[in-house]
Design a protein around this ligand. Structure first.
Ligand code: SDX
Length: 430
């Protein structure tokens, strides 16, 4: 424990608060005793200056545009590793040996099927339901089937639930897609790697042979790595808060999916592509840049800006490179959406408003173009984000549950409502 401290003067009270340092990154002022010693709360609605927990999983240096998973830079993991390797790293804290990886991989592959009765859920959904609505409902319903991995106090059951989530998300995501287009579900094929299996479940049909394009499979594996975890973002904080009450892991992940769906968060990849389609051509970009800068216009450049990155999102750089690789592999020479995206980025990065507010493209800016080129409908983009982020949610949930100091999350408030007053009977209210 460091001997650094902070002094807070509040009215006549002056208290000393301990200051803690992490391995890297900002110090924290431990305010756990503030209310007890002063009767006052801190106030930080968007958690812009608040650390909600201690974690060893992911670190972001927003000013430098650096993202580390268990200390490994995201570009090295994306360029040299696989998504399942990153899953192991996030869950266990170290890169796996060959033996550890093959054991982990076989455990994941052994859980790719879902209970056959889950198929009946889908017939209850409208075909035009948003796939994220289907994901929230179906993932939450896993708790209705897997009673042998609900006891969060049992480390074995926690690990089984973790493996089941990582393994079954691609199957459920593919089922949501197939249901939306009226095609039959495709069962997992465990002879394929994680990402190729997902592509086959999405795009193969019973009446034709399907060959996975290895370049697209590798590109999608990169994309999953880029989305795997990201510190205490809104959906991860949702999963931690749900888990702090002791809720089962499937319910916690369903809560994370619900939060990710928002356009300010994981829904931005869908919104960014819709924005590029609405802009349509390069000559209309200035109109939208002006709207983004207009305080009276709620329009924002989707895929731009970030709470933590005040520099280029390192994932966006890799995403842009992957985008060009995928379009090249597919022989898409000139994609008008990409032309608009590249020009929009160029203009925005030279505009004083965006420079002053440190608004750079984030991971959602190029992902939509890439996924659309791979054949996914816009409505599936956030589903793929949720598929990849599941391992991050699970790793963070597991870290919280295993923290001996963990307590239920229960923030307080600044109350500005009516003072105490007496009830007035209905016939006396005029
Ligand atoms: C993700 O947290 C994570 O790590 C999330 C994520 C992950 O991996 O989990 O990285 C994934 O969610 C990426 C972000 C995707 N969202 C979008 O692309 C939606 C568009 N971006 C914004 O809505 C916004 O930038 C946020 C929500 C991402 C961040 O918002 P903040 O940190 O609360 O910042 P803010 O809204 O206070 O904006 C600061 C200023 C404001 O201007 P002023 O009121 O100070 O004058 O910048 C402006 C904003 O108006 N601004 C934008 C803008 N984003 C911020 N102006 C135009 N276009 C934008 N995109």
């Amino acid at each position: 424990m460091s001997d650094k401290s902070a002094t807070l003067n509040l009215g006549e009270k002056s208290i000393t608060l301990p200051v803690r340092s992490g391995t890297i990154g900002p110090d924290v002022v431990d305010i756990g005793k503030l209310y007890g010693q002063t009767g006052a709360f801190t106030y930080d609605p968007g958690f812009t200056s608040t650390a909600s927990c201690e974690s060893k999983i992911t670190y972001i240096d927003g000013d430098a545009g650096v993202l580390l998973h268990r200390g490994y830079p995201i570009d090295q993991l994306a360029e040299q590793g696989t998504f399942l390797e990153t899953c192991y790293l996030l869950l266990y804290g170290e890169l796996p040996t060959l033996a550890q990886f093959s054991d982990f991989q076989s455990r994941v592959y052994r859980h790719t099927m879902v209970h056959e009765q889950m198929l009946k859920f889908f017939t209850g959904y409208r075909r035009d339901a948003h796939p994220m609505a289907v994901m929230v409902g179906t993932v939450g319903a896993l708790a209705a089937f897997y009673h042998d991995s609900l006891d969060i106090a049992d480390p074995h059951q926690r690990m089984v639930a973790s493996i089941r989530m990582i393994s079954k998300m691609p199957t459920i995501a593919a089922m949501a897609y197939k249901y939306s287009i009226g095609q039959p579900f495709v069962y997992p094929d465990n002879s394929l790697n994680y990402t190729s299996n997902f592509l086959k479940m999405c795009f193969s049909i019973p009446c034709e042979e399907y060959k996975v394009n290895p370049v697209l499979s590798k590109a999608l594996d990169h994309i999953f790595i880029l989305h795997a975890d990201h510190e205490q973002n809104a959906s991860t904080s949702t999963v931690r808060l749900a888990g702090s009450s002791g809720a089962n892991p499937f319910a916690c992940i369903a809560a994370g999916i619900a939060c990710l769906w928002g356009p300010a968060h994981g829904g931005a990849n869908e919104a960014a592509l819709q924005m590029l389609q609405e802009i349509g051509t390069v000559d209309r970009i200035p109109e939208y840049i002006a709207r983004a800068k207009d305080k009276n216009d709620p329009f924002r450049l989707m895929g731009f800006g970030h709470r933590v990155y005040k520099n280029y999102d390192p994932r966006a750089k890799i995403m842009q490179k992957t985008c060009h690789e995928v379009l090249g592999t597919l022989g898409i020479k000139d994609d008008p959406l990409l032309d608009v995206a590249v020009e929009l980025e160029r203009i925005a990065l030279h505009d004083d408003y965006f420079i002053e507010k440190k608004l750079y493209p984030n991971i959602d800016f190029y992902s939509g173009i890439t996924l659309k080129a791979m054949g996914f409908p816009t409505s599936m983009f956030t589903v793929l984000f949720a598929l990849a982020r599941t391992v991050g949610w699970i790793a963070q949930w597991k870290e919280m549950i295993e923290d001996p100091h963990q307590k239920i999350g229960r923030p307080r408030q600044l109350y500005t409502g009516a003072p105490m007053r007496d009830y007035v009977p209905l016939d006396k209210r005029g």
